[in-house]
Design a protein around this ligand. Structure first.
Ligand code: ZN
Length: 418
């Protein structure tokens, strides 16, 4: 396994980075620990993000190798704990994505999904009309996709694999990806793969969290080990241009707290016009100071203020004898608890509905994870919601807790009690 690598140079263009955000000593966000693990040394690194003045790309300074957050099972196969299809809201989102892409396809076109997870996007394509192929390095989720009849290669996205696919299946008319590109350390290599695989008039469309929304909502907890990059339209336009391609559109999506779907084509493909929406987005980014240091410097000081505010509130409640829990053992919670140093004497436990996480301890702060049933019967006075992006669903599910005097604390965009 490769060790974590730290550099203060841009991973795309080698320009020295302007490091603007430091969230301190951090464990792997999804590395929940068993009681036995607590006795062993835990891995920590310094979570720091930088802005590249050369190509506008915001990125982590330390890259944690993929192998460190994919859990090998007894047969040493890579597994991933996040299943795309668990949320019905996400299933609908991806079926709309597929419907939109279908407009670009011809009969028998090949559609690729990079990081296809359990096949949630590809299953929405009419497989009588189009050929679909998933690429998914995690065995457990790839197996679920195959169970649905979706051909899936359990491989990393490399140039060698791209050439192999072209040899066996031909080139792709559409290459898709959702919440994956931001995890790949070598984005120049990704673009080389796209160049190998894409038909001359094909499109590469991917969506990932949109950095300006992270800055706007002050959600510093979206910075974590799996997300190496944080995208603006400026950064994507610059990246793809290095590889003979053009960003021709970008559309905002209401998932994961606000994502952007980016549309890319080859430079010589003049059949697709550049969308006026993209010009507007680039203009807005400039107005917000995202093409210079300013916006990033301001964000870092707001993250620090948010931390102080949350700590002050929790300390005040503790001094009044109140009991506080956490809600949702999400990776975001690992960032908040470690950045704010919320130990089990402040947050007694975290409730989570994932059975695999119950009985474990949160990374770094070692807060026990319990079931929502335990949370409801124990009824602590307050619960800090770590999955703020699902706050509506959580409030509906916990009406009884709220109706009987329980209160949620939401850390973003401003610390508030509901
Ligand atoms: Zn750069």
């Amino acid at each position: 396994m490769q060790p974590p690598a730290t550099s203060n140079r841009c991973k795309i263009c080698s320009t020295p980075l302007f490091a603007f955000l430091s969230l301190g000593r951090m464990p792997i966000a999804n590395a929940f620990l068993s009681g036995e693990d607590l006795l062993k040394p835990e891995f920590f690194y310094h979570l720091e993000a930088g802005y590249c003045p050369g190509c506008h790309m915001v990125q982590l300074l330390t890259v944690i190798p993929y192998e460190m957050y994919l859990r090998p099972d007894q047969q040493q196969k890579r597994n991933y704990l996040f299943f795309s299809s668990t949320s019905s809201h996400m299933a609908q989102h991806f079926s709309e994505f597929a419907a939109e892409i279908t407009g670009f396809l011809k009969p028998d076109s090949l559609v690729l999904d990079v990081g296809s997870n359990d096949g949630i996007t590809l299953q929405a394509f009419d497989r009588q009309k189009y050929r679909v192929l998933g690429i998914e390095p995690a065995h457990n989720v790839a197996e679920i996709a195959r169970g649905k009849g979706i051909e899936t290669l359990t491989e990393f996205f490399t140039e060698q694999l791209a050439e192999q696919i072209v040899r066996t299946k031909g080139k792709a008319r559409a290459i898709l990806s959702s919440n994956v590109i931001l995890n790949i350390a070598d984005l120049n290599a990704v673009m080389r793969c796209i160049n190998i695989l894409l038909e001359d008039d094909g499109i590469f469309v991917f969506e990932d969290p949109y950095l300006p929304l992270i800055l706007q909502n002050n959600t510093y907890d979206q910075f974590y080990d799996e997300h190496i990059y944080y995208f603006t339209a400026h950064a994507i336009a610059s990246l793809v241009q290095r590889h003979g391609m053009v960003l021709f559109d970008a559309r905002q999506q209401e998932v994961h707290g606000g994502s952007m779907r980016f549309y890319i084509k080859r430079r010589q493909n003049i059949s697709i016009p550049i969308s006026p929406r993209l010009a507007e987005l680039l203009y807005q980014e400039e107005q917000q100071g995202l093409a210079s240091f300013d916006a990033y410097r301001t964000f870092a000081s707001r993250a620090d203020a948010s931390r102080r505010e949350l700590i002050a509130l929790l300390r005040q409640l503790k001094s009044q004898g109140k009991r506080i829990a956490g809600y949702a053992a999400a990776s975001k919670g690992t960032i908040v608890t470690n950045y704010c140093k919320l130990t089990p004497d402040i947050i007694e436990y975290v409730a989570d509905s994932t059975p695999e996480k119950q009985g474990l301890y949160t990374p770094g702060m070692h807060i026990p994870v319990v079931s929502p049933e335990h949370f409801r019967s124990d009824h602590p006075d307050y619960a800090v919601v770590f999955a703020w992006n699902h706050i509506k669903e959580i409030m509906e599910k916990e009406q009884e807790y709220l109706g009987t005097g329980g209160r949620f604390i939401v850390p973003f965009p401003r610390v508030r009690i509901i």
